[in-house]
Design a protein around this ligand. Sequence first.
Ligand code: ADP
Length: 397
Amino acid sequence: MNILVINCGSSSLKYQLIDSANETVLAKGLCERIGIQGGQITHTPAGGEKVTEQLELPDHVAAVDAVLSKLTDAKVGVVKSLDEIDAVGHRIVHGGEKFASSVLITDEVIAAIEEVSDLAPLHNPANLTGIHSCRKLMPNVPMVAVFDTAFHQTMPKKAYLYGLPYEYYEKYKVRRYGFHGTSHDYVSARIAAILGKAREDLKIIVCHLGNGASISAVKNGECVDTSMGLTPLEGLIMGTRSGDIDPAIISFLADKENLSASEIIDICNKKSGVLGLSGGVSSDFRDLSAASEEGNELASTALSAWSYRVAKYIGAYTAAMNGVDVIVFTAGVGENNVQARAEIISYLGYLGITLNEDANTIRGEEVEISTPQSSTKVWVVPTDEEMAIARQTAALV
Ligand code: ADP
């Protein structure tokens, strides 16, 4: 079955065409600057050269149309006609409390996604335009919604409630939801398979460390806690996001800087994290590591504050589960940044963990980076959210 996986943002659209029978990627690509002048599509067929084409993409329908043209193109295409696309899997950021698993998209599902859009005003409306555009151009192809929040819906009330008046939860559904769920689900299932155990028998901490970053505690096959909250701003220090801060900082800074609360939140989202902490060096860990090696003190401080926060969350989730069997690193930084992994592990001696320094030089592969003597295992498992979406789509279709 050929599954088109769509991840639709407000001005960009990422796609992969995946053959779910043998789990191979047939083609992938990216549309950029949708609705802005100077649009372009980058398309890479499996085993072929990447092609980039400048073309105006006035809206998301135009972007999906461009994707379908590339997939069926005589030269760079990978299927003969649209008939060979059997289903579409859409990544949807927020499913609120309505969706604890992936679902076939119907009019009712679309209405429910619209209903929870005020919880993710930047993401859900963009995700919905992806659904509407695909429906317009492929009206008879079944589609599935895969939610970033779904895997975390098993969290108990004590983990998802904030210490706020309960009426705000009742009236507005203000609670912790968590994100990156598709990745936490995929990676925790994968590590159980690697260890030859049932996920139900393990206590797993998954560290999804990319530009956006979150940690989850997965006990007996279910997520029991995760670091992101109502929005993806809570938790770890990220590339540009602050993560946890004292909420009183918002009004304090708004007064001092003569800005509104939402302007301060915007700074917390886009100008904070390691970018802000480093005095603007970069949000990218490669640049930060290079700057730190050249003696930039703020870059070093940003990196150590970032690792320290990760280590604190690992401690918290060990307590939440009364122990941990395996800690897994994934996403851009977790899969590739050898120094960051080593620094986090340097805090974890109390769990009986020692780093296998040779194994830790490996990037982007499934590898155990703790020594055989370590009583808690540490692994790197590359995430694959698109493959997970394709699997869930195939299963439902
Ligand atoms: P997101 O999907 O949240 O945008 P990614 O998971 O792609 O983020 O992670 C991006 C981060 O991964 C960047 O900070 C980048 O520096 C880091 N990264 C990617 N590749 C490497 C590498 N080879 N070495 C070190 N860091 C890397």
